[in-house]
Design a protein around this ligand. Structure first.
Ligand code: C5J
Length: 222
């Protein structure tokens, strides 16, 4: 299959490609979560939900593998280094009790994926303690077992967990594409810069494309 992408066309085989949705969790997207405690306007992130849902549905209909990640720590925070927990000046820190349970702790309501994008049976859900999806998760081995060579990305936030995961993927040999309208940042300028950085220098990290280009590719394969 072929997606009209930037900086040039992206070729992939459905069976060797996974759609990865990074951290589409209540803690980042809904009011009262971690994102808001950091002083951010979470409505910016909510705006990508319809396009992301449409891409997810089309990918599911095509029979493609779906991976959801969550930034989520163990309840005893043994996987959350003080350097991460103590950074910045949020009104609530990782592990503190908030309106949606303990912030970024596995199992808390706030750490769940938003209802509109909730995983279904057969989809892989990875809890990750870091920004990147490969760090301390075993995901690379799992993808290798399944013969995955290509990754389509969406999720939040563009310049933090999405970009880190794409860079980690690049170093592990995956060809990655970021769906431009299925990712968002609390800082629009950071999103714009990240898209440019990813596809610069002949796709140094990967490709970007609007989700409509993915839908068109899936349609034309039918
Ligand atoms: C952040 C993320 N921004 N999922 N996490 O702390 O990008």
């Amino acid at each position: 299959m072929h997606i009209e992408a930037n900086p040039f066309a992206y070729e992939f085989e459905l069976e060797k490609t996974a759609l990865v949705l990074i951290d589409m969790q209540r803690d980042f997207i809904e009011p009262g979560g971690f994102g808001e405690t950091l002083g951010n306007d979470v409505s910016l992130l909510e705006a990508i939900v319809p396009a992301t849902k449409a891409a997810l549905q089309a990918w599911r209909n095509a029979g493609g593998l779906v991976i959801h990640t969550r930034e989520a720590h163990k309840p005893d925070l043994s996987d959350c280094p003080p350097a991460k927990r103590n950074r910045g000046n949020p009104s609530l820190r990782i592990g503190d009790a908030g309106p949606m349970g303990r912030i970024l702790v596995a199992g808390a309501p706030g750490s769940q994926i938003i209802e509109a994008l909730a995983p279904v049976d057969g989809e892989i859900v990875i809890d990750k303690p870091g920004k990147g999806m490969f760090y301390a998760t075993g995901l690379h081995e799992l993808l290798q077992q399944r013969g995955i060579t290509h990754l389509l990305f969406g999720g939040v936030t563009t310049e933090v967990c999405v970009q880190t995961s794409m860079r980690e993927a690049n170093d592990r040999g995956y060809d990655s594409l970021l769906l431009e309208d299925c990712t968002e940042s609390y800082f629009p300028a950071f999103k714009a810069a990240t898209l440019e950085m990813i596809r610069a220098q002949g796709a140094i990290v990967g490709w970007t494309a609007p989700s409509a280009a993915l839908l068109a590719a899936l349609d034309s394969a039918n």
